[in-house]
Design a binder for this molecule. Structure first.
Ligand SMILES: Cc1ncc(COP(=O)(O)OP(=O)(O)O)c(N)n1
Ligand SMILES: Cc1ncsc1CCOP(=O)(O)O
Ligand SMILES: [Mg+2]
Length: 208
């Protein structure tokens, strides 16, 4: 399966009180990957919300990815996204199986991406590319790195960090396959606007 398209990422604060309606609005507009990102330690709520997202994703034939937590991903039989301090890829691959989607944060370092590829990552994520409300302190990354990554790696490339409809085009022109977005998608005033934005991101990526 070729991974290309909009990668929607949830944010518990931003989506408070409208969690499932906004996620469904995004799925309606077309989402390739949906990441459940919740940095709290409320295990019961995390399980409940992740299960609700899995059911929604099943209905829309979207792949669910759990941020940080390979155990929860295994429990739900979905994918996982792991950062550099979230545990190694090899045991996660062994736990989740060959088919699972496993993503790796590579910040702005090609070497991390090459290592992730060797360890069986399904995609590599670079960023942040722009100012991010969600993670202002994330290291920055340049378009140059995308060119190098595109020529060296044979994996889908994901870009993250402050991506909006207004600034995403150069990322696509520099070979990005997956646009990972929180505020630029879910920071909208209405569900209709979330759906419109999702459709517009897909158009940028030439996905109908
Ligand atoms: C698609 C995608 N790319 C990067 C990240 C960041 O992961 P990480 O560095 O582990 O930071 P947290 O998101 O866990 O705060 C991501 N989640 N998704
Ligand atoms: C999790 C993460 N990692 C680097 S930037 C970022 C946040 C992305 O959110 P936004 O699209 O709101 O900048
Ligand atoms: Mg993480």
């Amino acid at each position: 399966m070729k991974l290309r398209g909009l990668y929607a990422i949830t944010d518990s604060q931003l989506l408070a009180g409208k969690f499932l309606s906004y996620v469904e609005a995004a799925l309606e507009g077309g989402v390739t990957l949906l990441q459940y990102r919740d940095k709290s330690s409320d295990e019961a709520r995390r399980l409940r919300e992740a299960e609700a997202l899995r059911d929604l994703c099943d209905r829309y034939k979207t792949q669910l990815i759990i941020n940080d937590d390979a155990e929860l991903a295994a429990r739900l039989n979905v994918g996982v996204h792991l950062g550099q301090t979230d545990g190694p890829l090899t045991p996660a691959r062994a736990l989740l199986g060959r088919q699972a989607i496993i993503g790796s944060t590579c910040h702005a370092q090609l070497e991390l991406a090459e290592q992730a590829a060797k360890e069986g990552a399904s995609y590599v994520a670079f960023g942040r590319f722009f100012n991010s409300n969600t993670k202002p302190g994330a290291p920055t990354c340049s378009l140059d790195l995308l060119d190098q990554a595109r020529s060296k790696l044979h994996l889908p490339i994901c870009a993250i960090g402050g991506i909006t409809l207004e600034n995403a085009a150069p990322l696509v022109a520099h070979g990005v396959d997956l646009l990972a977005v929180v505020h630029g998608l879910f920071g909208a005033e209405s569900t209709a606007e979330v759906t419109r934005r999702a459709r517009a991101f897909n158009e940028l990526l030439s996905i109908k």
